[in-house]
Structure formats: structure tokens, C-alpha cells
Design a protein around this ligand. Structure first.
Ligand SMILES: C[S@@+](CC[C@H](N)C(=O)[O-])C[C@H]1O[C@@H](n2cnc3c(N)ncnc32)[C@H](O)[C@@H]1O
Length: 273
């Protein structure tokens, strides 16, 4: 069998990020299996008693079974929640005769905001002035910092105020957060990029900041080691690089308890990446 060689950009991506469709198909299969299981048990139950189907119960049990399956197969917490609520909410929605266009609209809105969660297991949550304050003393005069997955620029804006000497930039690929970030940064001098951070070169930056999820950390660290100049900083809020945790300087936030993991490119951890 011949081996498939991915282009360098694709090699950087974690496996899950390469195959978002496969991840979605897995979740759909899990939900479908729960529906199938509950219906095939409910059918003889109601049929043998010649009883009316109690759809509220059937949908609640389906939600519970899907949740259990998601939990046992260790899906991320937001998928567990989606599995728990999907069929029960469908049932609730049907009681109100809501137009299907509302569902489509809600789905589109979620996709516009949470594209990163659907395609790369990276949801949207924000760091802010507090995290900016923790970065402030770590960055050398005039250095360039990129926030990979910059959301609505909630880190970059306060950091720009605290350290006007820095050259700041952010990149995001979720349409709505990107648009909000663009509006907020357009007159600030912050570089604001649309797109996939896996395809964006990290070479021009002396510091990269990320607040993502455990899923992309190992591949992102490898990308940083390949592309960033020696001595530059790779800083992750809350999520360590598993293989390199021991080499990080770990700074705990006394207010939130969140850790900031600071790695130096060219150090021992980078040599092993
Ligand atoms: C947890 S939020 C962090 C936002 C911001 N950095 C902060 O600290 O406030 C992660 C962001 O990464 C974005 N994201 C996920 N995958 C991405 C990708 N492949 N390319 C660009 N942005 C991505 C999501 O859209 C989301 O806005």
C-alpha cells in the first residue's frame, strides 16, 4: 500500500482537524445509534400494551442514552451536552409548531460563531485584561506577538493599551468573532487576519499566544518549533503541551487559578519536538 504524504501545512494539523467530517459523522452515528436503540426497545413496549406512545418520555430517554454513550466514549463535554439535549429539544420544538427555518437559522448562527468547535475541537471562550496583564512583563520591547485563534480580540485590545510598543496581530477563522474583532481592531494598528492558523506562518513573531483546547497543542507546538526564531516564546493559556510540560515556565493566576505555560523556542523541549 502506498503511503500518503501530506503537504507541510496538513502535517501540522492534528488528526481530528484533518478530518472534521469524520468527527461529525462519528457524532451523527452516535446520536442515530441512541435513537435506533430507544425506538427498538420502545416499539415492543408500547405495542404489546397497545398503549399510545409517550413521546416526551421517549425523547428524554433518547437524550439520556445518547449522553451516556457520548460520556462512555469520552467525547468532549460540549458534544455530551449536545447529545443530551438534541432529541428532547427537537420534541419541545415540535410542540410549538416552529418553522424549520428557525432551526436552520439557529444552526447557521452557531456555525458562524463556533466554527472552531465543529472543525477543530476548539470552542470560543475569551481571555481578557487579566491574561493581558500576565503577558505584559514577559514580552521584550517592540516584539511581535500573534494570538492564534484570536476570537474577538479580547486579549489583544487590552494588551495594546498596556504595551503600545508591541506589534500585535491576531488570526481567526470563525466568521462572526472575526468580524467583531475586525470592527474592534480596525483603528488600533493591530494586524487582524482572516483564516486558518495552521496555514499562517509563525516565523515573523517573537511570541505566539494561544488559548485553545488540549486537541491542537502538540501539533501547534511542533509548528512553532519549526517556524519561530530561536529564543522566541510560545505561550499557552490553560492548556499545556503534553510532551513538553516539564520544560515550561508555569505561571499561576492567583485570581482564576488558570496556568500560563511559557515555552522558549530552542530550549530542551523544542529540541525534542
Ligand atoms: C478559546 S477562543 C480564544 C480567543 C482569544 N484568543 C482569547 O484568548 O480571548 C479560540 C478561538 O480559536 C479560533 N479557532 C479555532 N480553530 C482555528 C483555526 N484553525 N484557525 C483560526 N482560528 C481558529 C476559534 O474560532 C476561537 O475564536
Amino acid at each position: 500500500m502506498s503511503e500518503i504524504t501530506l503537504p507541510p501545512d496538513e502535517q501540522d494539523r492534528p488528526q481530528e482537524d484533518n478530518q472534521p467530517r469524520r468527527a461529525l459523522v462519528r457524532q451523527l452515528a452516535l446520536q442515530a445509534a441512541a435513537v435506533f436503540l430507544v425506538l427498538s426497545l420502545a416499539w415492543p413496549f408500547y405495542f404489546l400494551r397497545a398503549a399510545e406512545w409517550h413521546w416526551a418520555t421517549v425523547s428524554a430517554v433518547t437524550g439520556a442514552v445518547a449522553f451516556l454513550a457520548a460520556r462512555l466514549s469520552r467525547q468532549p463535554w460540549w458534544w455530551q451536552l449536545i447529545h443530551l439535549l438534541f432529541v428532547p429539544l427537537l420534541w419541545v420544538g415540535l410542540q410549538f409548531n416552529i418553522s424549520p427555518l428557525w432551526y436552520l437559522g439557529a444552526f447557521m448562527l452557531l456555525l458562524l460563531v463556533f466554527r472552531g468547535a465543529a472543525t477543530g475541537q476548539i470552542p470560543l471562550y475569551l481571555s481578557g485584561a487579566n491574561a493581558a496583564g500576565r503577558l505584559r512583563p514577559l514580552l521584550t520591547e517592540g516584539s511581535a506577538l500573534l494570538d492564534v485563534g484570536a476570537g474577538i480580540a479580547s486579549l489583544l485590545l487590552p494588551l495594546a493599551k498596556m504595551r503600545p510598543d508591541l506589534k500585535l496581530a491576531g488570526i481567526d477563522n470563525a466568521p462572526l468573532p472575526w468580524l467583531v474583532g475586525w470592527l474592534r481592531t480596525r483603528s488600533t494598528g493591530i494586524g487582524w487576519f482572516w483564516g486558518d492558523f495552521w496555514k499562517h506562518s509563525l516565523a515573523p513573531y517573537q511570541a505566539v499566544y494561544c488559548f485553545l483546547s488540549p486537541a491542537p497543542m502538540r501539533a501547534l507546538w511542533a509548528k512553532a518549533c519549526r517556524e519561530m526564531p530561536p529564543g522566541s516564546l510560545f505561550i499557552s493559556n490553560a492548556f499545556p503541551v503534553d510532551d513538553a510540560t516539564e520544560d515550561a515556565e508555569i505561571l499561576e493566576d492567583p485570581e482564576t487559578g488558570l496556568m500560563l505555560y511559557v515555552y522558549k523556542i530552542g530550549g530542551e523541549a523544542a529540541a525534542n519536538a
